[in-house]
Ligand binder design. Structure first.
Ligand code: NI
Length: 191
């Protein structure tokens, strides 16, 4: 296993559209080893998710995991999930304001509108079907990661640029209010 370099905003790879992975490619030892690297890189960087395109591999794979993380004390845990060829479909039209950052956009956060409920169809790393509806903060994380596979970065979706903030200023001035809203969302929709 190896920790990969993470592409930073401005690198053209982040604007590519990732390509689908075939069952044969997914089953290959090289692709399975790549997925192990993706997980290791996400954990090393202390991220809640990482898309393959962020480590210069424009294939439709992303890793998501939220463990008890002091960075995100308001985020309920998400077990390690690998999404292969994910397709998200909004369920209903309810939106929420999510505070997001990205390993490809160092030390910058902002408010982004996300769907509260999304249906996800994908494979797991072994090609088994994933077919479920996710909610709230978890749905926000899924939308952020799947955006990467479409060449989108969260900054593209920031409708109010005055919400941009470094981690330090977010913690000082915005975190308390956001955590209250996040907790209310989690209490209402379960994640
Ligand atoms: Ni990101």
């Amino acid at each position: 296993m190896a920790i990969r370099k993470i592409a930073q905003i401005g690198h053209p790879v982040l604007r590519q559209t990732a390509r689908d992975v075939s069952r044969e490619q997914l089953a290959s030892p090289a692709m399975q080893a790549f997925i192990d690297d993706l997980i290791e890189t996400m954990r090393d960087a202390d991220g809640a998710g990482l898309a393959a395109i962020q480590v210069y591999e424009p294939v439709r794979i992303c890793a998501i995991e939220v463990r008890n993380n002091p960075r995100y004390p308001y985020k309920p845990p998400i077990p390690l999930t690998i999404l292969v060829n994910p397709v998200l479909t909004p369920v209903g039209d309810e939106l929420f304001e999510n505070n997001e950052g990205c390993l490809s956009v160092p030390n910058l956060r902002a408010m982004v509108q996300r769907q509260v409920h999304v249906h996800v169809k994908a494979w797991d790393r072994h090609g088994n079907d994933i077919d479920e509806t996710v909610h709230g903060l978890k749905a926000g994380t899924y939308q952020h990661e799947v955006d990467h596979l479409l060449g989108k970065v969260f900054v593209d979706r920031v409708t109010d640029p005055t919400t941009f903030s470094t981690w330090t200023e977010f913690d000082r001035h915005h975190k308390a209010a956001f955590v209250e809203r996040a907790k209310a969302l989690v209490a209402r929709v379960g994640s």
